[in-house]
Design a protein around this ligand. Sequence first.
Ligand SMILES: [Zn+2]
Length: 411
Amino acid sequence: MRDNEFTKILGWPGYRVYRHEIDEAAKTLRLWVRRKRGNRKLICSGCGRKFSEAHDYNEREVRDLPWGEYRTTVIVEVYRACCPNCGIRVEKVPQLPSKAPFSKRFEEALGQACESAAVRQVARQFRLAASTVRAIDLRYLKRWSATRRKDGLEQMGVDEIYFGKQMKFITVVSNLETGEPLWFGQDRKQETLDEFFRTQLSGTQRKHIAAACVDMWRPFTNSIAHWAPNCRIVYDKFHILQHANKAIDEVRRAEFFRKGGRMRGVVKGKRWLLLTRWMNLDSRKRQQLNDLFALNRRVMKAYLLKESLERLWTYRYEGAMVRYLQSWIDQLRWQRLPPFQRLAQMLADHLDGILNYCRTKVRFGVVEAINGNIKTLLRRGRGYKNLAYLLLKAQRMAVTKTEFIVLQKAA
Ligand SMILES: [Zn+2]
C-alpha cells in the first residue's frame, strides 16, 4: 500500500501520511502525517488569529481509532506561531483537542462507549487505565456541553439525593421542561440552594422562573421564596406519595409488633406488596394481600388510604381538589392510624402548594426520572468524587434517555 492510500483511509482532513510502520507481531500501526500542500495557514490556539509563517514545529504522537486488529498511533507535525497577542503559541489542530495523547475522534469513540458501559469495561476494551478513560470521558462531555444552547429556566425541580455516608446529601436542581439536571450542590440546606440562585442565574433569569416542583422541605421553599419572587411552589406528587408509603410502612411495622404469634407470620415480609400499587400486582399477589387484609383491618385501611390519595391529582379545579382532600382526611376519623394522621396534618399545612398544581401545571415524574438516572450512574460508576463530572454525565443521559424512562413509568 502506498502512502496516499494510507492518507485516504486515515481520513484526517488537511493531512497526509508520509511514512508508516507496521509491526505484525505487536499488531501496531504507526503513521507519520504532515500538512497537505493546500493547508498551510496556521491558527493560533490562544486567539484564533491566522498565520502563514511558522516559528518552529514539534512532533506529537497520539492514539487514533484502530485499523482492524491494529492499534494505531499517528505522529503529527505541530507548528508554533509567533502571535502578537499570545506570544509563541502552538497552532490549533482540530484532531488534537487537548494535551493528552489521543486524537479527538478516539476520545469521541471512548466517550460514546462510556454512555452505555461502565468505565471499567471501556478501560478493559481499549486497554487503558480506568482513570485515563474517566479523564477522556470528562473532556468529551465538556466539549459537548460547550457547544450546547442553554435554555431559559421557567419551571424548575429541586430534589435531594443521598450520596452515602461520606458525602451525605446533595441538592439537585433541574429544568422540568427539558428534563435535565442543571446544578448539583453539596448538602441540602437553605444556603445550598441559595448558592444556585446566586451563582447560576442573573436577576432577570430568577424573575423568569414561574414554578418549582419540590418536596415539602422547608429549607428549599424558603430559598425559593427569597430568590425567585414570581415562582409558584408546587409540591411534587411523587414525593407526597412517598410520604404515604412511609406511613403505610409504619402501620405495617406497628401491627407486626402489636400482634403476637400467628399474625406476625402474616404481616411479616409483606412490605413490598404493600408498597406496590394494586394495578401492578398479578392475581396471586392480590390474593396474598387479600389474605393479609382479612386478618388485619388496620393494614387494609392504610393500604386503601394510600391508593386513594393518588386521585387527588386528577382534579383540575381547586374547589374539587380541596373537597376530595377533605373527604380523604375525614376517612381517618376513628381509624387509629397515627402515621396517616401525621400525613394528613402535613398535607393540610402545605395545602397551598398542593393546590398550586391546579394553577400551574408542571410535569411530575421528571424529578423522579432524573433522580433515577443519577442513581443508575452512581451504581455503575462506583462513586463519583467529581460532582461536575457526574452532572455532565447525568445531563448527557437526560438528553439521550430521560423521555424513555418517563414513558416507562407512566405505562
Ligand atoms: Zn494568539
